[in-house]
Design a protein around this ligand. Structure first.
Ligand SMILES: [Zn+2]
Length: 273
């Protein structure tokens, strides 16, 4: 997906006009993407709502469940999606962020065998995710996002990062906690950030720490200690005895290189301190 003149390519996106927008972003902005769900019944109905001057709401993009993409506002102009919002010392995120809406019914209420949206539509169990919201402590039911929606969101975010130098991806729930719960726990927000923003740092974190050195104890009654990890190598000292504590420095072909500390009493005049 390519971005030209602040629009996604016309062969992948349906352009719509909304009056619900402001002027251009300030210098160095946008630097953030905010992910939302529509809490609606279809992408088309949400697009119509976001193009209605009475709603005073919009977003740059709406992504349908089958992967259709609508662009309502070019990426260089401010859309009205975040409302009252604050995060890390910044207030009013419309002026910082590109808004992406995903067609999704939002939180669902279990009623018998059915899961019902706030607007009264029932969804089958295979479209439901039960999970605890990041701002809550009890699990509840959420409308599942489709694989297409998640894949397209990821592609678009990657393109926006490349084109605009986006440095953070946030959920509406993170900039308007208490007031908003979208996109909710059905959206893989942490995974998306890990993949697109923190990949280098992630690689460092995954590096295995060395297990060496660690301590061991001799279990044989007499154990030869050799100059190199071979049976033919000469010994460096008298054999170690059972119960001797060794510090294991490294491993090679079934051998441990060890450091042996002995403790005992020796005549003072033969020691250089
Ligand atoms: Zn929202």
């Amino acid at each position: 997906m390519k971005i030209r003149d602040h629009y996604l390519d016309e062969d992948v996106v349906v352009r719509k006009e909304t009056p619900n927008r402001s002027g251009p972003f300030g210098n160095g902005l946008p630097d953030t993407i905010i992910i939302h769900y529509t809490a609606g019944g279809s992408a088309e109905s949400s697009v119509n709502t976001l193009c209605d001057p009475k709603t005073k709401a919009s977003a740059h993009l709406v992504i349908g469940r089958e992967g259709s993409i609508y662009q309502l506002v070019p990426f260089n102009l401010i859309a009205w999606h975040a409302g009252r919002s604050a995060h890390q010392g910044r207030v009013g995120f419309n002026k910082y962020a590109i808004g992406i809406e995903l067609d999704n019914a939002g939180r669902l209420t279990k009623s018998g065998e059915e899961y019902v949206s706030w607007f009264g539509r029932a969804y089958p169990e295979n479209e439901v995710v039960e999970a605890v919201h990041r701002n809550e402590s009890e699990p509840s039911c959420w409308h599942r996002y489709t694989e297409e929606q998640i894949a397209i969101s990821q592609d678009i975010c990657a393109d926006l990062i490349e084109n605009y130098g986006i440095t953070s991806i946030l959920g509406h729930e993170e900039v308007s906690p208490g007031r908003k719960v979208d996109p909710g726990p059905a959206f893989p927000m942490d995974k998306l950030r890990e993949l697109l923003l923190y990949r280098d740092r992630g690689a460092e974190v995954q590096e295995e720490p060395s297990p060496f050195p660690f301590k061991g104890v001799v279990t044989a009654s007499k154990l030869n200690i050799r100059q190199s990890p071979r049976l033919k190598a000469g010994t460096v000292a008298a054999p170690l005895t059972k119960g001797t504590i060794v510090e294991i420095l490294r491993e090679e072909n079934g051998w441990y290189e060890v450091d042996v500390k002995m403790r005992g009493w020796v005549k003072k005049e033969y020691i250089k301190a």
